[in-house]
Design a protein around this ligand. Structure first.
Ligand code: HEM
Length: 485
């Protein structure tokens, strides 16, 4: 190529790039994008969006944006142009149109750490296949027969280890409970055994990386988490080998009482897929429900009348069991925990364990007169709906009674409005696969907690959204045991 040809080629390329940019600009100008602020180049408004705030609020950033631009606004977050939605209708529309108009789109760092086969990042058919496996494993039948007794056993293990007048971090105790439960149910690991404790330790490092900035340099939380990921995967792989060898050497059938056995026996997943599935179920299944339990302890210690009503409900269940001589809780007992379900609902509404979801528009979409361009990120903020005063009366108050069933057509309409706008577990074809297990865990934990213990905060602490929910001091509580039955 001669010099003049190179120059010509160079100019033509610049012209083409400018033309494309111009076309995009013209198209964008002809679109009616929601109002908003795109912030700084590349960084956009990410830093403001992720600034910690009290978990029972939507935070200053969101409040200011909603009052300036309305419940649907544009921004630039996580390095991408984004539509943020605090609008209940749009949130439902997004979740109900998964795969048709929108697609799950978590930041690449999440895929790097949870794995490319993790359910949080998969879309399409592969997501559907993995989802079927998870739903089978967490089915109502399994909840009744396998999980309920395990949940109760692990609850008692934790509560019975609490000493009178001792002070400890409730958040760590809740994590111990949900981790042990998941480790048992996924890989038949027993609590307290050295291998379980080692895995738990690795998991703590792993978790710090999931929620950290994705900076893959020596010494960063993200790099350490990637190292923990490979240690955890090696551990899971060794458990898989053990099973396969056992079957080969003793020509036994694969047992299917835990998830690992179940997928080895019933699925055609590759080794790599099984590893990511196990890892991400351990993650999805223990982090969220432990935060929910810590939140319940926190809200309840500030609401003695709710604790009193819970004690009455659970004393009645406990007394009826005593009369029949039965010890363990069964499904009928669980179904009697009606006020407890109100407490669980209110904890999830006010505490918002998962505050927003990551989606992407896969088509140009028009909603309520606004355009959402194809390729843009879309964040349905479920917390903003749960804390919206036009949908929930006095949304900042912990009021479990708002979930109580009341008669009359006005009450029925109000109750439908509440349920339609209540999405702590997401919705549509990606609705949380463990929602029923999470509620069961919370209910059984609350049952034994109120019957056995009185608890109070040992030091001031509060729930903070960073944006995942955390208690800065770990929620220190002091406990006294009592006997009610
Ligand atoms: C209070 C506790 C929990 C909360 C608030 C919660 C919340 C959520 C939310 C909001 C999603 C949807 C994510 C999205 O659409 O992008 C989700 C998905 C999921 N959750 Fe949960 N979760 C909880 C407990 C659990 C438990 C105990 C398990 C059991 C293993 C679990 C397993 C899953 C799985 C497998 C998915 C992915 C579903 C899919 O993509 O099809 N979760 N969860």
């Amino acid at each position: 190529m001669s010099d003049s040809e190179i120059l010509l080629f160079f100019l033509a390329s610049i012209f083409a790039v400018l033309l494309i940019f111009n076309l995009i600009k013209v198209k964008r100008n002809s679109m009616n994008l929601p109002p908003g602020n795109m912030g700084w180049p590349f960084l956009g408004e990410t830093i403001g969006y992720l600034k910690p705030y009290s978990a029972t609020t939507i935070g200053e950033f969101m409040e200011q944006h909603i009052s300036r631009f309305g419940k649907i606004y544009k921004s630039n977050l996580f390095g991408e142009p984004t539509i943020v939605s605090a609008d209940a209708g749009l949130n439902r529309f997004i979740l109900q149109n998964e795969g048709r108009l929108f697609e799950c789109s978590y930041p690449r760092s999440i895929g790097g750490i949870l794995g490319k086969w993790s359910m949080l990042v998969l879309v399409g058919e592969m997501h559907r296949d993995m989802r079927i496996i998870s739903l089978n494993f967490l089915s109502n039948a399994r909840l009744r027969t396998h999980l309920l007794p395990e949940v109760e056993k692990h609850t008692l293990l934790v509560l019975n280890s609490w000493k009178d007048n001792s002070v400890f971090c409730a958040q760590d105790e809740a994590k111990k409970f949900t981790f042990n439960l998941m480790a048992k149910h996924i890989m038949s690991l027993d609590p307290g055994k050295p291998e379980t404790e080692q895995l738990k330790k690795e998991y703590i490092t792993f978790m710090k990386g999931v929620v950290s900035a994705p900076l893959n340099f020596p010494g960063t939380a993200y790099r350490k988490a990637l190292q923990s990921r490979s240690t955890i995967l090696k551990f899971i792989e060794s458990k898989m080998e053990e099973r396969v060898t056992k079957v080969r050497d003793r020509s036994e059938n694969l047992e299917e009482h835990d998830l690992l056995g179940w997928v080895l026996k019933h699925s055609n997943l590759s080794r790599e897929q099984i590893l990511d599935l196990v890892l991400s179920l351990l993650f999805a299944g223990h982090e969220t429900s432990s935060v929910a339990i810590a939140l319940a302890l926190y809200f309840l210690q500030g609401c003695p009348s709710a604790v009193q009503q819970l004690r009455e409900e659970h004393t009645e269940i406990g007394k009826a069991k005593k009369q029949t001589g039965e010890m363990e809780l069964n499904w009928d007992d669980y179904k009697k925990m009606e006020f407890t379900q109100c407490v669980i609902g209110e904890t999830l509404r006010l505490g918002n364990v998962v505050r927003f979801l990551h989606r992407k528009a896969i088509k140009d979409i028009r909603y309520k007169g606004y355009d959402i361009p194809r390729g843009w990120k879309v964040l349905p903020v479920i917390a903003a709906v749960h804390l919206d005063p036009s949908l929930f009366d006095q949304p900042q108050d912990f009021n479990p009674w708002r979930w109580q069933y009341s008669r009359g057509s006005f009450a029925a309409t109000a109750s439908t409005t509440r349920s339609n706008n209540f999405m702590p577990f997401g919705g549509g074809s990606r609705l949380c696969a463990g929602s029923e297990l999470a509620k069961l865990e919370m209910a059984v934990f609350i049952h034994h907690l109120v019957l056995k213990c009185h608890w109070e905060l040992a030091a001031a602490d509060h729930a903070v959204a960073i944006p995942f929910v955390d208690f800065p001091k770990g929620l220190p509580i002091r406990v006294q045991h009592h006997t009610l039955i």
